[in-house]
Design a protein around this ligand. Structure first.
Ligand code: CP
Ligand code: NVA
Length: 342
């Protein structure tokens, strides 16, 4: 729900602010609260989250492992070549067995149905770390990044002073934005479609006609009433008209390697460049986001490594948002227990 999304984003920003002191051995805050079992670093005490990943990952895995460590617990990586699943054992039995020993499952799967099946049979919560249809945790990081850079979209564009010990950016309200997505209709875009309009932002999407969101995704978009704030066409220049943010993703998602030649041809002309956005009439101050990993097809180096790019703060924020989800779903630390005198 929207309140849950908003609460999670705020919680991510707090965790970012409050996590650093626990890392300093003699930090005054850590010392003051050391005797209380209510620190972020004790939230997952004695708990293990299984990372059940059947596809590669850099960011999601790093975010999960490092944040479970900061929360005082363990993330246990179970790759496709490590366990019996898929070769000697069914998803149903695997979910039951993992759930008997771990407190949560963070799963990266191929077909979306695989994660539904795990969730049906798991005795503990299952969180989606990417499926063929959705990538929900990515969108939380994207939104946190936009909130932390909200000043970029304001008239005066002045950054507020950071408010965390490690220079954590301030979490600010966002004005309604126009967000353009140019490229393949895949999992990341699907979650944008069901999220941004509900938070008051408009989406403009350009993709070749044969690469559109599947019916089940579009049904969800309509169910949530998001379709009225989405423009979808074929022309990338038209899509970036008035865009405050331009987003793209790889044209060849994991598992689509055999379609490479066909896809590169279909997406010709969709590469995000300065010229495309200038000719299309993007907000002159537009910013760029990408979930990564990036290939040079979908965005050129000038944009990707240039001053408009938010891609690395966006990658860093995978950690704080996943940490907030772990804490909320499996942990026991809250901001209130930290701030209120015990
Ligand atoms: N953005 C993202 O999910 O990256 P990884 O595939 O490296 O986890
Ligand atoms: N659409 C991409 C996202 C990677 C994070 C994929 O599924 O490979």
């Amino acid at each position: 729900t929207v309140p849950q999304i908003q609460a999670t984003l705020r919680h991510s920003n707090r965790l970012k602010k409050f996590s650093e002191p626990w890392l300093l051995p003699h930090g005054a805050l850590a010392k003051k609260h050391a005797s209380k079992l209510k620190l972020p670093s004790q939230s997952l005490f004695n708990k293990t989250i299984a990372l059940l990943f059947s596809k590669r990952s850099t960011r999601t895995r790093l975010a999960a492992e490092t944040s479970a460590t900061l929360l005082g617990g363990r993330a246990l990586f179970l790759g496709r070549d490590d366990i019996q699943l898929g070769v000697n054992e069914s998803p149903r039995d695997t979910a039951r067995v993992i759930g008997g020993m771990c407190q949560g499952i963070f799963a990266r799967v191929g077909e979306h149905e695989e994660i539904e099946e795990l969730a049906r049979h798991s005795p503990v919560p299952v969180l989606n770390a990417l499926s063929s249809l959705w990538h929900p945790t990515q969108i939380l990081a994207d939104l946190l990044t936009l909130h932390e850079h909200a000043y970029l979209f304001e008239e005066n564009g002045v950054a507020p002073p950071p408010d965390g010990i490690a220079g954590t950016p301030v979490f600010q309200e966002l004005r309604p934005l126009t967000v353009a997505y140019v490229g393949d209709a895949a999992n990341v875009l699907h979650d944008m479609l069901v999220t941004y309009p509900r938070l008051g932002h408009k989406l403009r999407v350009a993709s070749p006609p044969q690469y559109r969101a599947p019916a089940e995704v579009w049904r969800r978009v309509e169910e949530l009433g998001c379709d009225k704030d989405i423009w979808w066409g074929e022309d990338p220049k038209e899509a970036v008209k008035g865009a405050d943010v331009v987003v793209t993703d790889t044209w060849i998602s994991m598992g689509q390697e055999a379609e490479k030649a066909e896809r590169l041809k279909a997406f010709e002309g969709y590469q995000v460049t300065e010229e495309m956005c200038r000719l299309g009439g993007a907000n002159p101050n537009w910013k760029f986001m990408h979930c990564l990993p990036r290939k040079p097809h979908e965005v050129d180096d000038e944009v990707f490594y240039g001053p408009r790019s938010l891609v690395f703060p966006e990658a860093d924020n995978r950690k704080w948002t996943i940490m907030a989800l772990f804490d909320n779903l499996f942990g026991r630390w809250t901001h209130e227990s930290y701030t209120k005198p015990q």
